[in-house]
Structures are given as C-alpha cells and as structure tokens.
Design a protein around this ligand. Sequence first.
Ligand SMILES: [Zn+2]
Length: 113
Amino acid sequence: MPIYEFGCRSCASVTEYYTRKYEIPASVDCSSCGSTETVKLVSLTNYRFPVKHKYSDDFVEKSLPFLKSRKELKGMFETDTKESDESKAMKVSDQIGQQIDRVIHKQLKDMNR
Ligand SMILES: [Zn+2]
C-alpha cells in the first residue's frame, strides 16, 4: 500500500497517509494538531508511481514553496541559471529524493524543538 507523507505547517510533524488510490489529496489533517495546513512531502514512495503530470498544480503550489523554504536547498534555487524553479525542484527530487526526505524530516524535527 502506498504511503504518502504530509508535513504540517503548524506543528511541523509528519503525518503518514495510506491509500490504495492513485489520487493523492492535496493535504490531509495533521495527526498531531489536526491542522489542515499540511503539504505533501517529496517521498521516494511517490516515485514508484507513474507521474502523469510532471508539474502538477499541487507540486507547483504546495511542494515547491515548501522545498524553496528549506535552508539546505536554498542555494540551489538561488543559483542563476535559465532553468525554472519547477525544473530544479524536479531534478532534485529525481536525483536525491531519499536525501530530501531525510533533510525535510530533520528540518521538521528541528522546527519542533
Ligand atoms: Zn500539526
């Protein structure tokens, strides 16, 4: 069963979401504080699925700002290239999906302290 992870903007905890469907909700209720202000995290699990829309609205509106707000990834987005942020983010996702997971998880934990 695929697992998706959502990061909470309010309390920074990670909520796991299990689904058999191919459709992934834009956000889920946070398991810690109940906030609906959650954002889907880039997760290796997601890439075991065929991605139909490369830059989905969800990705551009939710995941991308979240990634851009991460200190570790800031340098990448500030690099002066002709590449779009979306493209950069996707590249990072492809290359180091698992590492991003770790970075985000660590960040979320640090934010909680
Ligand atoms: Zn929360």
